[in-house]
Design a protein around this ligand. Structure first.
Ligand SMILES: Nc1ncnc2c1ncn2[C@@H]1O[C@H](COP(=O)(O)OP(=O)(O)OP(=O)(O)O)[C@@H](O)[C@H]1O
Ligand SMILES: [Mg+2]
Length: 588
């Protein structure tokens, strides 16, 4: 604003200086022209009257007449001089000057023809005069001169008056333009200033301020357009924030790990799951090849999808298997701008897969062993002439039959397991008193134990609630557990079978022996199919390694649990539970 007024002042000053300069020049020119015209006319009229030889008095009178008759400006002093600078006639009653010499050097210069005409500004008694001398010529000869002395005061007065008017107008214009400037500033500069401030605030992220719309003109429209823009930006930004939040929570709650990198492989995003899987913090900007201990580091830019597996050793015996899927983020031009890595924990799948493969291998092996034996015995019978020796032949046949039975048992067990797996086994569940079942089983095994010199005991803490179960299947479980106990307990030791009601109402059956026990490392896998602690020994005892697996499936199908505790060399205890038949109202 101040600058604007200063500029105005400077402009006014320049215009003023130029104007006054011009004004004075113009007035001066005009003044001079007037005098020139007067002198020209006078010289035309007078030159005839100044013919040499005419009587001087007569001549003077004639000229005087002319001077008096002509409508000349009375303020000017006009003198007509002859060749010798002697005044012949004059206006304004200066008759005393007639006959005297005009001493002005200008006149003599004009008479001599050095200057024509001569103009000079002189000061006299504090006033300014223009002195104008003009030659009077007759047939080319200078016969005299017109001398005019014109006061310039009036001209300067006029200039002063004009100047005063001009100054007043200028001052008024100044005030006017300043006022206009202030109004303009109010209507243009202030809103623009406000918009500028708003833009600065917006750049810093604050979209809540509004520009006040004061008018309906372009500035007003600009202001409301700006408010509109701010509103849109705010909406877009909050939408963006929401999206970001949603993405963040999706990422945070994903069961897979996710890491995103830029085109150079520097981490830009990672979720909690990824950090947990890798068991370490992932810093922003960290190189992905440093985050993952990969055998083949990834080279950037990655343009094709890639898959690999990573095995991480967590604890002593816990290995985590991660499947890594690297997907490049491509632009429309197929230029890679980043990478998304998804980490999936496939430990369980891999374990299952390994178990499946092991299972197939085990089945084949288990079937092949008896088959090979049968085949070799049959060949011996056929070719070796064993048929001739009846004793040998019957021994061979006995072995063959035993092996065939073993195979049948194995296949029966496998079928049973497969049925249990596919839930095709029909359980004939009914309310059952376990006491009977346990007593029968004890009867069956006490005979075997006596044979092996193993002390056998049965203890049932009564009353036992009835259970809802399939008698045959539970028999199978008991048989298996008891046969294991007897099988893996050396002579002279003891085996016990007991049952009681647990505080939660379940019935718990416990088979315990003081046998060879199971090493701790095998305990976790003991319920797996075909898992045996000592394969050779177990097989020699006719075991297939499916007994415990089947027992577990059956117990679980009844809604119970089974677990094994054992100390190597000291003995083993297996417990399984069965849910009570109906919720007991009165446990007594
Ligand atoms: N009471 C026990 N004491 C010591 N080891 C045992 C005991 N019970 C089971 N085992 C071990 O667990 C393995 C698996 O038992 P499981 O009953 O499944 O198979 P198995 O007895 O060998 O054969 P199957 O029961 O099919 O005839 C056995 O081979 C044995 O090594
Ligand atoms: Mg067994």
């Amino acid at each position: 604003m101040t600058i604007y007024i200063l500029l105005l002042l400077i402009a006014m000053q320049l215009i003023g200086v130029y104007f006054f300069q011009n004004l004075e020049d113009r007035f001066y020119e005009n003044f001079r022209d007037n005098l020139e015209k007067q002198a020209g006319i006078l010289q035309e009229v007078i030159k005839d009257k100044m013919t040499p030889g005419t009587e001087s008095e007569k001549q003077r009178k004639a000229i005087d007449d002319i001077l008096n008759k002509l409508p000349l400006d009375k303020k000017n002093t006009i003198q007509i001089v002859d060749q010798e600078s002697v005044v012949i006639a004059t206006t304004s009653g200066e008759n005393s000057r007639i006959g005297q010499k005009n001493k002005s050097p200008r006149v003599s210069r004009v008479l001599q023809g050095i200057e024509s005409p001569s103009v000079e500004v002189s000061h006299k008694a504090g006033n300014r005069y223009m002195v104008y001398s003009y030659p009077i010529k007759n047939d080319g000869d200078i016969i005299g001169a017109v001398y005019i002395e014109a006061p310039m005061q009036e001209m300067y007065d006029t200039i002063r008056t004009v100047s005063k008017i001009l100054i007043k107008i200028t001052a008024a214009a100044m005030v006017g333009t300043s006022l206009l400037g202030i109004i303009l500033a109010r209507t243009i500069t202030n809103p623009v200033k406000e918009i500028t401030e708003q833009a600065t605030v917006m750049a810093e992220g604050d979209f809540n301020r509004k520009v006040t719309v004061k008018s309906d003109d372009e500035i007003g429209k600009l202001a409301s357009a700006f408010n509109h823009l701010a509103q849109h930006l705010r909406d877009a930004l909050s939408q963006n924030e929401e999206e970001k939040g949603r993405l963040q929570s999706v990422l945070a709650n994903m069961s897979d790990g996710v890491i995103a990198t830029d085109r150079k492989g520097k981490v830009i995003v990672s979720n909690r799951r990824a950090r947990k899987m890798l068991g370490k913090d992932i810093e922003l900007n960290e190189d992905i090849n440093q985050v993952l201990p990969l055998a083949n580091p990834i080279s950037f830019p990655l343009t094709e999808e890639r898959e690999s597996f990573l095995e991480l050793n967590r604890d002593e015996d816990e290995t985590l298997i991660l499947k890594l899927t690297f997907t490049p983020v491509l632009r429309a031009s197929r230029e890679a701008v980043g990478l998304i890595l998804v980490l999936q924990d496939v430990t369980e799948e891999e374990k299952l897969d390994r178990q499946r493969k092991e299972f197939v291998a085990n089945v084949s092996h288990e079937l092949r062993t008896p088959l090979t034996t049968i085949k070799s015995y049959l060949e011996a019978l056929d070719e070796g002439g064993a048929m001739e020796e009846p004793e040998l032949a019957s021994r061979f046949l006995r072995v063959t039959r035993q092996e065939a039975e073993r195979m049948t048992r194995l296949i029966h067990d496998l079928l049973q397991l497969s049925k249990l797996d596919s839930e095709k086994v029909r359980f004939h569940k009914q309310p059952l008193r376990l006491e009977e079942l346990l007593e029968d089983a004890a009867d069956r095994f006490s005979f075997q134990c006596r044979q092996k010199d193993i002390a056998f005991s049965l203890s049932i803490r009564k009353p036992l609630p009835r259970v809802y179960a399939d008698r045959d299947q539970i028999d199978r479980v008991l048989d298996n557990l008891l046969s294991n106990a007897v099988k893996y307990t050396p002579e002279g030791q003891s085996v016990s079978l007991s049952a009681h009601r647990r505080s939660d109402g379940y019935v718990e059956v416990v088979v315990s022996d003081k046998g060879i026990g199971i090493p701790k490392k095998d305990l976790d896998r003991i319920f797996e199919r075909f898992y045996r602690v000592d394969k050779a020994r177990s097989r020699s005892m006719g075991g297939t390694g499916l007994g415990l697996a089947i027992a577990r499936e059956i117990v679980q199908a009844h809604g119970g649990t089974i677990r094994m505790d054992s100390r190597y060399g000291e003995g083993t205890t297996v417990r399984f539970t069965l849910p009570p038949c109906e919720p007991e109202v009165n446990p007594a």
